[in-house]
Ligand binder design. Structure first.
Ligand SMILES: CC(C)(COP(=O)(O)OP(=O)(O)OC[C@H]1O[C@@H](n2cnc3c(N)ncnc32)[C@H](O)[C@@H]1OP(=O)(O)O)[C@@H](O)C(=O)NCCC(=O)NCCS
Length: 169
């Protein structure tokens, strides 16, 4: 990592319009194009007026006067598994593969005994710029997740598997 980059990772629920723009761009650039691009309005609703149970872990590059949002992990109670947290995460491209995702997951793990999410399994989707969306399943396996029984097949053609992490007792 460039030594001039200082990342601050923390729990947060205070978001600016700039954060909403950063997250909107991040999601649209980093997720597979089968997902419809998200709008500023939807991102704003999600960040500023969430369900009261939703929590956020943010990563910011603090070299800027207004620290830029460069990653977010969001989690909430799982409806079917009350003791489990359901999460999603995304990190800006230039900051990926520098250990930030692992650090954010490590913080999420301190909030619960069980984390669950849906994850793409194969490298068969493309991103907005036409490059391959590399399935992050190995990232999660490296971080102690296993593949669960559930699969997700949406009408828009996105296929995912459930991934689960449980605290070792
Ligand atoms: C997946 C993601 C959250 C991982 O965060 P990260 O900060 O890049 O990951 P870390 O640096 O902590 O760990 C990276 C390691 O995980 C592994 N890995 C496997 N698949 C990976 C992938 N698709 N992207 C990043 N790392 C991956 C690699 O071994 C990598 O180590 P290496 O660089 O030495 O090979 C991030 O890359 C991202 O936002 N990707 C796009 C959006 C996305 O897929 N979100 C998850 C939806 S379920």
């Amino acid at each position: 990592m460039d030594s001039s980059i200082i990342i601050s990772i923390e729990s947060s629920n205070d978001f600016s319009d700039e954060d909403c723009i950063s997250l909107q761009l991040m999601r649209n650039k980093e997720y597979p194009t089968v997902l419809e691009p998200t709008t500023f309005e939807r991102t704003e609703k999600w960040l500023k007026y969430p369900d009261r149970r939703t929590q956020y872990i943010t990563a910011r590059d603090v070299k800027f006067k207004l620290p830029e949002l460069i990653g977010i992990l969001t989690f909430a109670e799982h409806i079917e598994h009350p003791r489990s947290l359901w999460f999603s995460m995304v990190i800006k491209r230039e900051y990926q593969r520098q250990g930030i995702g692992k650090k954010m997951l490590d913080i999420a793990k301190t909030h619960t005994d069980e984390l669950r999410a849906f994850c793409v399994e194969h490298d068969k989707y493309v991103k907005e710029d036409g490059s391959t969306y590399f399935a992050p399943l190995d990232f999660y396996k490296k971080n102690g997740f296993i593949v669960g029984d559930k699969t997700l097949k949406t009408e828009i053609g996105l296929e995912c598997v459930e991934i689960i992490w449980r605290k070792e007792i």
